[in-house]
Design a binder for this molecule. Structure first.
Ligand code: AHR
Length: 351
């Protein structure tokens, strides 16, 4: 909650109370919802919002992965369960669409909350300022952005740098004892903080490998996280770096599976000849952990809607002191856990 928003609420309540006191025609202060006499203190007249008062404009990146589908489901299912009115916008992984949607929700009088899953890490300052001026609650979910934290209530999403560190530790284990091991990187969309930070964390992590010296000999980003592009990138790496690749650092499960498919098509064995590390830990990723073709899958939690909606409701109700970022709770999974154990875990998961 920004101070200016609290001030606006308090002022509107004081003005309403003052108007009620001065005018015999005023019936109740706008916030009063019971038959009781209009309370006199500002605090007592401020409306207590519930989820049924929330109309959320949700600006989703697109539908580029199993993770994204699970994230969208979390917001739609939770809105239905909580009685929240949800206006969903699919940005088709284009920031220009996100800006258009943001402005549309700012101008929509029915929308009091805007949630953003950012395609890129920059480019949102102007719409965030406009939303703030319009008194809209804004919560950033999934990916961090570079805008000043004062321009939105809070950010709820993963620590992608930490995920990158964990992926590097897994790669160190996968290539243990191989001095001078070579890794290729198939990155997500280069503008996304998920890709930027995983890349950063992974590089920091492999520098700390104890026994092995691992180097990234090739790297390319797949625009919009497109697995078809990812497979072509891996095919090109296998030709250019033939016989020199021991590991693949793929920024999500779809890109990891695409790499495995390219490895197999080249007559090599994923999991034996080349070790693949990916991120998200979706059902698809688990399939390849169970088969042993993927060495490790670092979880990225898509089930964020309950936390995001609660934060938005807190802002509507003037709750202050919210942390600027709440990192998602996540784990990591390894083929070495064994097919039976992984199947049992998969049976308990929602995505
Ligand atoms: O921001 C999370 C990332 O976005 C996921 O790892 C990826 O699958 C999605 O595109």
């Amino acid at each position: 909650m920004t101070k200016s928003r609290s001030l606006r609420i308090a002022l509107s309540v004081v003005v309403a109370a003052a108007l009620a006191a001065c005018s015999s025609t005023a019936t109740t202060a706008p916030a009063a919802t019971t038959g009781a006499a209009a309370p006199t203190t500002a605090a007592a007249t401020s409306k207590v919002y519930t989820y049924k008062d929330m109309t959320v404009g949700f600006i989703q990146t697109g539908s580029e992965s199993g993770w994204r589908a699970a994230n969208t489901s979390s917001f739609k299912e939770t809105a239905t369960a909580d009685g929240i009115t949800l206006k969903f916008y699919d940005s088709q992984n284009k920031i220009e669409n996100q800006i258009t949607a943001f402005n549309g929700f700012i101008q929509d009088p029915a929308v009091n909350v805007i949630v953003l899953a950012a395609v890129d890490v920059t480019g949102y300052d102007d719409v965030l300022k406009a939303a703030k001026a319009a008194g809209k609650v804004v919560v950033i979910e999934d990916r961090r952005i570079d805008s000043d934290a004062s321009l939105y209530y809070t950010y709820i999403g993963s620590d992608f740098d930490k995920e990158g560190n964990e992926g590097a530790a897994a790669m160190c284990t996968a290539l243990k004892g191989m001095s001078g091991a070579n890794v290729v990187e198939i990155g997500g969309d280069q503008g996304a903080s998920a890709a930027i930070d995983r890349a950063k964390g992974f590089r920091e992590g492999i520098a700390n490998c104890t026994d092995e010296s691992i180097q990234i000999i090739d790297s390319q980003n797949a625009a919009a996280w497109d697995p078809t592009v990812g497979k072509s990138i891996m095919e090109a790496f296998l030709k250019k770096d033939a016989g020199k690749i021991q590991g693949v650092f793929a920024h999500n499960d779809e890109l990891g599976v695409a790499a495995i498919q390219a490895i197999d098509a080249a007559g090599l064995k994923a999991g034996t000849d080349i070790k693949v590390i990916a991120f998200d830990a979706t059902a698809d990723g688990f399939k390849y952990l169970i088969s042993g073709e993927m060495f490790a899958d670092i979880e990225c939690n898509p089930l964020l809607a309950p936390q995001v909606y609660k934060a938005a409701l807190d802002d509507l109700n003037g709750v202050t002191g919210q942390a600027s970022w709440t990192p998602s709770e996540e784990g990591q999974f390894f083929a070495s856990q064994g097919a039976d154990a992984l199947k049992a875990i998969l049976a308990t998961r929602k995505y």
